[in-house]
Design a protein around this ligand. Structure first.
Ligand code: K7E
Ligand code: CUA
Length: 766
């Protein structure tokens, strides 16, 4: 297999470079035929060879992209651009049972705004946890712009664990940005509003409306944000935008830019010029510089007061303690990006064709000398542009965001109006290359681009419009992520990926080998709180129990049955179902759905999930497993019987189906004996090879052994019934015995195939 792939690849590359002559005529002709038929150029083939990933292949990087209005996070691989997962974050997502099982509902509940459930989010900026400025692959944060919230996703299982609500803001665009050791996650406000929930007329905008930046404390051990240890800088109502944390020499500081520092309030319906006109009067806006390290010390020393139960540093205190400064920045900027070495900050103004490079050294000098050109209306010192600027470079019309390369001084800036990427040198201040994008690029993202050691290699352009790039699917178009090769001097466009979920804002990419996701949970695990579930149920211990008026059903799922298979309750009862997946096998997920209830549960191996509801109407409610988990998946079913109040049982309510005889029993046993022979031969193959050297095979063997154990138990039951002459039950149990054998054989064969394909060698048979 391997050899073949290599051959195809070298053939493709050979052709692409015009060196095809040495390869076999047949293959060459067919490749040329395909090129001709599909109208592909050699450049296309080269791009294909750089992204194509053969079956079973893995990607070098994983991207975590904002899902925009979907309120989710999208995970895909680079260079293949294959989508791997949507992670439910602010929005219920049925495949994962997110927002359907009781455990995840608790997470979404944390995100309520003023007591109201919010069932969506506008996700913009994901960020990884860092250790000394490098991505450590442990957690991911993402913000919700519409309702100022931050979510924590655990990369051990790619699940959302926590949502925190900003105690002051009414919107927040500038999150999430992480400090170099994940001490804090920055979240800046966007549209200024009163810090309280009260009504305040717009005439009091300058005095009572406020912006701000919150530093959310992160507990690395617990993997949770700590609202009671977090603090917020009160800022003027300047529409703060994105942020970035300082590193190296600028460690301990945060940078937050803004637009509409005019503090203009629209009112087009009252004959006033609209927001967009009033918000772009001045030539510059303000870059806010905050000292989080010193602020954290003040908080620890008890010198910061709590407002609404949360630490808040008023502007006057921040100025007095020298925690807050302003520097002019280009008009209506979008994004501030600190260089990997922490010495420079780049800001681009959407309404200016220049990117401005600030020198941290100069800024620090001005701070130390207390050299300010003025104070803003709130008393915040303003450092003069000339005392902060390193250089200004004309990069194109509508520059937005900047990403750093692995090569020193090299950066890429997205140019929105011109729809291109400009590669330039911020040390020398010169443009190096430009590449056209389809269309209207927003953010762009390089591999590990926000870390202290960016990898370069690839750039993804996250575009605001796709227009004519894909097959039309109605007025709402998919979005477009474009993959660009930046390994050489010239950028090369490799791939267009339509994303049909929401507007792409920012994304972050991490080396895939830094992630160590689990394949199963510890048995009986509540994945949302990361502890053993109090409803964990072991095989054979399934039971129903009424506690405080709630009927708790402790159930299990394993191929191919749900235990219990019949649940009987009385009309009006509150029922709480708890299911534990007893599987140990990789990817053996079971689902759970029931008629007339809006629910789908996803029960991954080891997980325990719950679903609580009121059985308010008498009737018959079939339930079933929603994952095609085995050949007998359709039979993974059951009935919830809701009996009318006061229903009198007429005795045995079970109906007997087909009647079985001794001949039926013997026929089934014969089949089982034959199946056992197949299993024995597969076991023989596996044990005569070095299967212990292959972790996936070891897991399969464990699983198969477990299933074979179940087969043995069923076999014993069948034989006991047969001995008593009860061929009805004997035949049914013999059938169950065979079911377990089939599952054993299935896994054994998978293990055997794996060994054959992965070069297992024969060892001394034991
Ligand atoms: Cu769409 Cu950072 Cu919210 Cu820029 S964001 S373009
Ligand atoms: Cu379990 Cu289908």
């Amino acid at each position: 297999m391997k050899v073949n792939n290599k051959r195809t690849l070298s053939l493709m590359l050979g052709l692409a470079m015009g060196l095809g002559a040495s390869t076999s005529a047949y293959s060459q002709a067919s490749l040329e035929d395909v090129m001709k038929a599909r109208g592909l150029t050699q450049k296309d083939l080269l791009a294909a060879a750089k992204t194509y990933t053969p079956t079973g292949g893995r990607d070098e990087y994983l991207v975590f992209a904002s899902g925009g209005q979907s309120g989710q996070v999208i995970v895909y691989g680079i260079p293949s651009m294959r989508i791997l997962k949507y992670i439910g974050v602010f929005t219920p997502e049925p495949w994962q049972g997110y927002g359907f099982d009781d455990e995840s509902k608790e997470v979404l509940k944390q995100g309520r705004i003023q007591g109201k459930d919010i069932t969506w989010g506008d996700t913009h900026h994901p960020a990884f946890t860092e250790t000394e400025g490098d991505y450590n692959g442990k957690y991911l944060f993402i913000n919700d712009k519409a309702n100022p919230r931050i979510a924590v996703i655990d990369l051990h299982d790619f699940e959302t664990k926590q949502i925190v609500v900003n105690p002051f803001f009414k919107s927040s665009h500038g999150g999430a940005f992480v400090t170099p050791n994940s001490e804090y996650v920055m979240e800046a406000a966007q549209y200024a509003a009163p810090f309280s929930a009260d009504f305040v007329p717009l005439s009091e905008f300058n005095d009572k409306y406020r912006g701000g930046v919150t530093y959310w404390k992160f507990d690395d051990k617990k993997g949770r944000l700590q609202p009671d240890q977090s603090f917020t800088f009160e800022l003027p109502p300047y529409s703060q935008d994105l942020s970035d944390a300082g590193k190296g020499p600028s460690y301990g500081w945060g940078f937050t830019n803004s637009f509409c520092s005019e503090r203009y309030v629209g009112g087009i319906e009252k004959g006033r010029p609209p927001f967009e006109a009033g918000c772009s009067q001045k030539d510059t806006d303000f870059l806010h510089i905050t000292n989080w390290k010193k602020a954290a010390e003040l908080v620890a020393a008890g010198k910061v007061e709590k407002v609404n139960g949360s630490y808040m540093i008023p502007i006057a205190q921040a100025v007095k303690e020298e925690l807050l400064y302003l520097v002019p920045e280009p008009k209506s900027p979008h994004g501030v990006d600190v260089s990997p070495d922490g010495t420079h900050m780049i800001v681009s103004g959407k309404l200016d064709s220049h990117a401005w490079v600030y020198s941290w050294e100069k800024i620090q000098k001005a701070m130390a000398a207390k050299k300010f050109e003025a104070k803003d209306p709130y008393g915040i010192p303003i450092i003069a542009l000339k005392d902060a600027l390193h250089t200004q470079v004309a990069v194109g019309l509508g520059p937005l965001h900047t990403q750093y390369d692995s090569k020193k001084c090299t950066v890429y800036t997205s140019i929105y109006v011109d729809s291109m990427v400009t590669k330039w040198d911020y040390c020398e201040g010169k443009v190096l290359d430009q590449l056209h994008i389809h269309y209207n690029i927003g953010h762009l993202m390089a591999m590990e681009g926000d870390s202290v050691s960016p990898d370069g290699k690839y750039l993804v352009s996250l575009n605001k419009l796709a227009i004519d790039r894909f097959n039309p699917v109605g007025p709402l178009h998919p979005q477009n992520h474009q993959l660009i090769d930046i390994s050489g001097d010239k950028m090369q466009l490799l791939y267009d990926m339509p994303l049909p979920l929401g507007e792409p804002h920012y994304a972050v990419a991490i080396k895939a080998d830094k992630l160590k996701p689990a394949v199963r949970y510890k048995s009986g695990w509540n994945s949302r709180t990361d502890e053993r579930s109090i409803y964990r149920t072991r095989a054979g211990r399934e039971k129903t129990e009424k506690v405080d008026g709630v009927t708790h059903v402790y159930g299990t799922v394993i191929r191919s049955h749900i235990t219990p298979e019949i649940i009987e309750v009385e009309e009006g009862e509150t029922v709480s179902l708890h299911f534990t997946n007893l599987e140990r096998a990789e990817d053996e997920v079971h689902g759970f759905a029931i008629y007339g209830q809006s629910v789908n549960l996803s029960i991954e191996p080891g997980k325990t999930v719950s679903y609580t509801f009121t059985a308010d109407k008498a009737g018959v409610y079939p339930y079933y497993c929603t994952e095609f988990c085995s050949a007998l998946h359709l039979e993974m079913q059951g009935y919830l019987l809701v009996k009318p109040k006061g229903y009198q049982s007429k005795g045995d309510e079970m109906v007997e189906g087909q009647q079985y005889t001794k001949a039926d029993y013997e026929k089934q046993v014969k089949t089982n004996v034959e199946t056992q022979a197949v299993i024995d031969s597969v076991v023989g193959f596996i044990t005569s090879h070095n299967f212990k050297d292959f972790a996936p095979v070891v897991a399969l063997v464990e699983d198969a052994t477990e299933q074979l154990g179940f087969a043995g138990e069923a076999k014993k039951k069948a034989e006991d019934f047969a001995a008593k002459g009860d061929y009805q039950n004997a035949t049914l149990w013999a059938g169950q015995w065979w079911q377990y054998q089939v599952k054993t054989a299935d896994m054994g064969l998978r293990a055997k195939t794996y060994l054959e394909q992965n070069g297992a060698v024969k060892v001394q048979a034991k």
